[in-house]
Design a protein around this ligand. Structure first.
Ligand code: XIL
Length: 382
């Protein structure tokens, strides 16, 4: 075992001793920056959490694990069954995004059947724990039910189906969703509309504006977002989103925000121009957000990241948080799951992993402390 490896394992072992934050933090607990395990009380509970460390004008979120890839894993539905997981979810975060439970295939499994139960449970949990909810998502090319993808619908029918879906789902959660990812991944890397999106292909790009209008009618208070990956660096995709945002605003479409998913890999550099990208949308009067941050890495044969890899990962997480903190209208910062135990990464990116801020047992990685220290040093009204 190399020295670096030993250090990594020692960090892992030390953090494994900590009980996941099971209790509400004490009133008046310190908001000062602290490092590592010192931020626990005598019984080992984490007193300073991400949500407590954050400035009041920034929500700190995570995906609530369930559906999607989880269905094929050898464990029951994480959000519903894993009590220690739920405690950390409640304790550390003040925003929650259903990872799959509001996607078409989940919430609208048959043409005339809606399945609101699992998403309702998340919304209820969020209310109980003082958390806002990010709705995800309404217009996407992926995770659509077979009845929709394979159905033989006329254009008029398809348009009516989309409208009914948006009005029904957004209306069901009216007043309970802070932000909706209305349009998800609608452009490709060249900035062209994705033809895999059945609605865009069949009805044309004008359907995007309609989706925003319908969502706004159903819940006028929800902030409506464009959301995508590959927009962490300037380029054709960002240019196209900027042009689209300008056009939508000129047409008085109720667009309120632009979000970077930020699914990152240490194979590529840290997104050091992200603040400048977000700033371009801030300048249009839009909110901005980080909605799905994770930082995957190539795992060594042992499967255990080296200390150096963990440090690099922490730097990436901090770079993204710093970018959000640097932009006044960046009001929401969400990581795509907080524990490797339930991460989508190893399922979708073979040989990569360890992408979240906690180990399987909820022990904190350097990336967790990098986020918490950065949040604690940030100020309200940036
Ligand atoms: C992922 C989920 O994490 C998985 O559980 C699911 O199997 C596939 O989708 N961009 C998005 C998210 O907008 O909805 C995706 O979530 C990850 C990429």
């Amino acid at each position: 075992m190399s020295k670096a490896h030993r250090v990594a394992v020692a960090v892992l072992a030390a953090s494994a001793l900590l009980v996941p934050g099971a209790q509400p933090a004490q009133a008046g607990a310190s908001r000062q920056a602290t490092t590592g395990p010192a931020a626990t009380d005598r019984s080992g509970y984490h007193v300073l959490t991400l949500r407590r460390a954050a400035p009041r004008d920034l929500r700190i979120g995570t995906a609530a694990a369930g559906g999607g890839h989880h269905v094929d894993q050898p464990y029951p539905d994480p959000f519903t069954y894993d009590q220690p997981y739920r405690r950390v979810l409640a304790h550390e975060f003040n925003s929650v995004s259903p990872e799959n439970q509001m996607k078409w295939e989940f919430i609208h499994p048959e043409r005339h059947t809606y399945n609101f139960g699992p998403a309702d449970a998340i919304v209820k949990f969020a209310r109980r724990h003082g958390q806002v909810v990010r709705g995800h998502t309404l217009l996407w090319h992926s995770q659509n039910p077979a009845w929709l993808q394979d159905g033989q619908f006329t254009k008029d029918e398809l348009r009516a189906i989309l409208k009914e879906h948006i009005v029904t789902v957004v209306g069901h959660y009216r007043g309970k969703i802070q932000q909706w990812d209305v349009a998800n991944e609608i452009l490709n890397e060249n900035g062209e509309y994705r033809q895999e999106n059945i609605f865009i292909r069949e009805l044309g790009p004008g359907i995007v504006a309609d989706a925003f209008r319908w969502a706004h009618q159903a819940d006028p208070k929800a902030q409506l977002f464009l959301n995508d990956y590959g927009v962490e660096w300037p380029g054709a995709k960002v240019d196209a989103y900027e042009a689209l945002a300008k056009q939508l605003l000129a047409d008085r479409v109720p667009l309120r925000g632009f979000a970077s998913q930020a699914h990152l890999s240490t194979r590529y550099g840290a997104p050091d121009q992200l603040a400048a990208v977000l700033q371009r949308f801030d300048a249009l009067g839009l909110h901005t957000a980080i909605t799905e941050l994770d930082v995957r890495m190539d795992l060594p044969e042992s499967g255990v990241p080296t200390a150096e890899q963990l440090q690099t990962q922490a730097t990436y997480y901090k770079t993204v948080l710093d970018a959000c903190l640097a932009v006044a209208g960046c009001n929401s910062f969400t990581i795509w799951g907080f524990t490797d135990k339930y991460s989508w990464v190893p399922v979708f990116f073979p040989s990569e992993g360890a992408a979240t801020v906690m180990w399987d047992d909820f022990g904190r990685k350097p990336a967790y402390y990098a986020l918490r220290n950065t949040l604690a040093a940030a100020h309200w009204g940036r």
